[in-house]
Design a protein around this ligand. Structure first.
Ligand SMILES: N[C@@H](CCC(=O)N[C@@H](CS)C(=O)NCC(=O)O)C(=O)O
Length: 204
């Protein structure tokens, strides 16, 4: 499997999951400004949405949408314990979180990365992000990971999105639960591996 990614983007979530499985993988660093792969190929040829992450399978097929990609990867190595079996309530809980992160928390950040959006739009986006932080902090108040005692693909995604606090000028110290959560996940060897492969410092 090959993952098309850009450093510190939402593609870090499937990158972490690949590393957590121990399965072999390769990486292709996309230039999101130029919209090209490492070899200079237009990103649109691989993903018509012109976005990362994209997972290229050995068969030549591709999967897009981070929430789908992480489930596919985890299902290739169930013994890694990153995702409960399909059809169980536990699986639905992980999917519940993946969907929340994708559609609410992840997307709430987007206006904050747009140089040409009006300040009022960014103010609303920032309020939505902080409300999201409140929500996940309350969920994590009595458990180390989103669905309980074990790390799942939903935690890889949440860690990735919370990491963006560094880029949007939000001090995570206002949510001590989230500071502890980020540190806990950053300490995982697979997370350190993924961050190092993206050229990022592993500090929370
Ligand atoms: N719905 C997609 C969204 C992917 C997405 O927003 N990717 C961003 C990076 S985090 C991207 O590549 N944006 C294109 C750009 O910045 O030019 C998913 O969840 O995977």
């Amino acid at each position: 499997m090959k993952l098309f990614y850009s450093p510190a983007s939402c593609a870090m979530s499937p990158h972490i999951v690949l590393a957590e499985t121990g399965l072999p993988y390769s990486l292709d660093r996309v230039d999101l400004a130029a919209k090209t792969t490492a070899a200079g190929r237009p990103l649109k040829e691989i993903n018509p949405q012109d976005a990362v992450p994209v997972l290229l399978l050995d068969s030549g097929e591709t999967i897009t949408e981070g929430a789908a990609i992480v489930q596919y990867i985890a299902d290739q190595r169930p013994e890694a314990g990153l995702l409960p079996p399909a059809g169980t309530l536990e699986r639905a809980r992980v999917q519940q979180w993946l969907n929340y992160i994708a559609t609410e928390l992840h997307k709430a950040h987007v206006p904050l990365f747009k140089a040409d959006y009006p300040p009022v739009t960014k103010e609303i986006a920032l309020a939505n992000v902080k409300r999201g932080y409140d929500f996940v902090a309350s969920a994590l108040a009595d458990r180390p990971f989103l669905t309980g005692a074990g790390f799942t693909v939903a935690d890889a995604y949440l860690f990735t999105i919370l990491n963006w606090h560094k880029f949007i000028g939000v001090d995570l110290a206002a949510w001590p639960v989230l500071v502890a959560y980020q540190s806990r996940i950053a300490a995982r060897p697979a997370v350190q591996q993924a961050m190092a492969e993206e050229g990022l410092a592993a500090a929370a």
